[in-house]
Design a protein around this ligand. Structure first.
Ligand SMILES: Cc1cc2nc3c(=O)[nH]c(=O)nc-3n(C[C@H](O)[C@H](O)[C@H](O)COP(=O)(O)OP(=O)(O)OC[C@H]3O[C@@H](n4cnc5c(N)ncnc54)[C@H](O)[C@@H]3O)c2cc1C
Length: 481
């Protein structure tokens, strides 16, 4: 019997689990995939937004600014890596300037302080590769970048360290309400007093299981192009385009580990599992990116990927105790959900504290050590310095220079990892230009030896469903662009 069951180990469920692990209560975190962070929290822009664009008065507007402000402390405890690089929303003419002023006003109402409109010379000075047609920009110093899956993994590891029981490969298939909730998964039956529904794209389906049908989720896909590491240095800020009557632009940014990234588009789709990418969409994203940075070299592409937003028909976050007592919905968490997640966790904690007198644990440990740190270009060994592939001491992943020791560290953090993808997200092995072609089998070997299991049972991917979506690869882009 648990006090609380949290369904869904994305960034929201994992941060809620971590927040509640401060109390002397029994918590289970149930996840259908074979790792945490396999939904929207894996594939997004990784921007910690300033909180200026969410429409004033919405829950999004309150929680995004608050969440942004919580990231420094969160990172000092969980060490996932966070950098405030600032953002520019760029405009090309007087009409855009009016839109930027409105955006700034909205931001001020939301409590965002560090906002300023810049003109051409200043923009060129701080962002030298910007398109010459750019005349104005709304600058927000507070905007930051993270690896979204590293935030989620850090939160889940710390929650587990503080006593939360994580059940991977446990898809919730039915919920009954008796005196308590009886939750059936594909593996087990659980009982609990409270349920917190953080199931992302499937939060409507989970709510339906207890008869709640007052919202539904519309899946909206966004595709991206990811470029070589250190090519991110061609920009200094997150660069957004002001939305115009011709549509929403795309963003150009460096990632936390300094790849360049452009995207996303926004396309409503019929299925919640379609993370495929298409050459037409990627071409259109690439063309739009030129309005920000004209000379992005597509030959430096590494891969394309897509994430799916869980937009609700209410077009705001839904964070409330539902009409079913003790069943709390945390649904419709589309962008800026990553930014807002720490504040969402606090809000859920407060909903519970209004109902219960939970006692604080004396031995709660808020700290978690990093698995990998951001590497500067100067810290990498040259090809000549690297030991040959078959040498025991060579890096398992040569592109990102990841050692066996780092992989073993990742494996020892209390979360079972039986896929190459799981190791990739924690250590960056496979994130380089060869995309795991060389290190994939070597990573499998380390996992199989660690758990003493046959190498064939180590999966490449993390989707328990086995669905593999086709993504346009580097070769195709080089041929068709
Ligand atoms: C293209 C794109 C770009 C974005 N960019 C940004 C950004 O730059 N900044 C920002 O702040 N936000 C951004 N977001 C939003 C952000 O990614 C999400 O708000 C956030 O990741 C939502 O986290 P979550 O935990 O609610 O959902 P998810 O990460 O989707 O987690 C839900 C979990 O529930 C699990 N689950 C579902 N059904 C079941 C079941 N039956 N049983 C057990 N488990 C189940 C899933 O497997 C999944 O792991 C973006 C989103 C997208 C898609």
């Amino acid at each position: 019997m648990y006090d609380i069951i949290i369904i869904g180990a994305g960034v929201v469920g994992s941060l809620i689990a971590r927040e509640l692990s401060k109390y002397n209560i029994k918590i289970a975190l149930l996840e259908k995939e074979n790792d945490v962070s396999c939904g929207a929290s894996k594939a997004n822009s990784g921007i910690i937004h300033g909180g200026y664009d969410a429409k004033h008065g919405t829950l999004k507007s309150k929680l995004s600014h608050k969440g942004n402000q919580m990231y420094d402390k969160l990172n000092s405890e969980l060490n996932f890596g966070f950098e405030r690089i600032g953002s520019l929303v760029i405009g090309y003419n007087e009409e855009d300037l009016e839109s930027l002023k409105k955006l700034m006003e909205n931001g001020k109402k939301n409590g965002v302080k560090n906002l300023e409109i810049l003109t051409k010379d200043k923009i060129k000075e701080i962002e030298p590769n910007i398109n010459d047609n750019v005349k104005y920009a709304l600058y927000c110093k507070d905007v930051g970048i993270v690896s979204p899956y590293e935030v989620t993994i850090a939160a889940a590891e710390n929650a587990v360290e503080n006593g939360v029981k994580l059940f991977l490969n446990n898809e919730v298939i039915s919920i009954k309400k008796d005196e308590f909730f009886i939750v059936e998964t594909t593996k087990k039956i659980f009982k609990s007093k409270y349920i917190i529904n953080c199931a992302g794209l499937y939060s409507d389906k989970i709510a339906n299981m207890v008869g709640i049908d007052d919202f539904y989720i519309i899946p909206r896909k966004g595709e991206y192009m990811l470029f070589e590491k250190y090519y991110g240095d061609i920009v200094n800020h997150v660069i957004f385009q002001v939305p115009t009557k011709h549509g929403k632009g795309v963003l150009v940014t460096k990632t936390y580990h300094n790849n360049l990234m452009i995207g996303p588009n926004a396309q409503e789709i019929d299925t919640k599992e379609d993370t495929s990418t298409s050459i037409e969409t990627l071409k259109s994203i690439y063309e739009k990116s030129k309005n920000s940075i004209p000379n992005i070299d597509y030959k430096k592409i590494i891969r394309s990927f897509a994430g799916i937003r869980a937009t609700s028909d209410r077009h705001d976050f839904i964070i409330e105790e539902s009409k079913v007592k003790n069943f709390i919905n945390v649904a419709g968490i589309e962008s800026p959900g990553l930014t807002s997640a720490p504040a969402i966790a606090k809000m859920v904690e407060n909903i519970l504290l209004n109902k219960e007198n939970f006692e604080k644990k004396e031995n709660f440990n808020p700290y978690r050590k990093a698995i990998v740190k951001k590497k500067l270009k100067t810290e990498l060994l040259s090809n000549n310095e690297l030991k040959p592939l078959l040498d025991n001491e060579t890096y398992i992943c040569r592109c990102e220079q990841v050692s066996k020791e780092t992989i073993l560290d990742a494996l020892s953090r209390g979360i079972e990892i039986k896929s190459v993808d799981g190791i990739k997200r924690r250590t960056r092995a496979g994130m380089g230009i060869c995309q795991g072609n060389f290190c994939g089998p070597r990573v499998k070997k380390v996992i199989s030896e660690y758990y003493n299991i046959p190498i064939e049972s180590v999966k490449d991917r993390d989707h328990a469903s086995g669905i593999i979506n086709e993504r346009v690869n580097r070769i195709e882009i080089l041929k068709k662009f």
